[in-house]
Design a protein around this ligand. Sequence first.
Ligand SMILES: [Zn+2]
Length: 208
Amino acid sequence: MKITTFVKGPIDANNYLLVDEETNEAVLIDCSSAEESYINEIKQSGVNLKYILLTHGHFDHVLGVDKFKKVFGTDVYVSKEDLSQVKLVPDMMQMFAGMVPVNISDINNFVADGDEFFIGKTKIKAIATPGHTQGGICYFTGNSLFSGDTLFQGSVGRCDLLDGDFKQITESIKNKLFGLPDAVVVYPGHGPKTSIGYEKKYNEIVNL
Ligand SMILES: [Zn+2]
């Protein structure tokens, strides 16, 4: 499986394009921009974009979904609990980024804990990790974890926004993510990648 990172949108969110090289089927984890050059790059790569999987409903991770749906005909998945966050996107854009608000169309496909998605024979498993939002989802495949705004290198997602809960996020990380092997590479929603082993040892916020 090939992983390409795109840093896009108003708050530099990481979007990850995972491609199964046998079948050329692909999944995009988070979709934070509808910029033409971004869409063209994915078009020109010739992949078959099968799913767009959202880690959560915050505006800086979802701003491209309507355009991508239209251009690629791809289904977008979010957790049911985070639908309310998607509805708040226009307010959040104004409040946190001073941006002109954009409405995101209803998302009708839902992902829940334990769900599995396939690109070719490559399995991607959803792990619910509430705390940053109530519907936060991480995606696990092979030796890679896509952690959204749950776990960052040396830090965790902020919990002071609507529906955030610090106790819950640290429990999600300790009980679910830290049960994965140390060698698993963690690709967060913002910033550089890390590993489960490194965070277990050095993440002072989780270990407070
Ligand atoms: Zn967020």
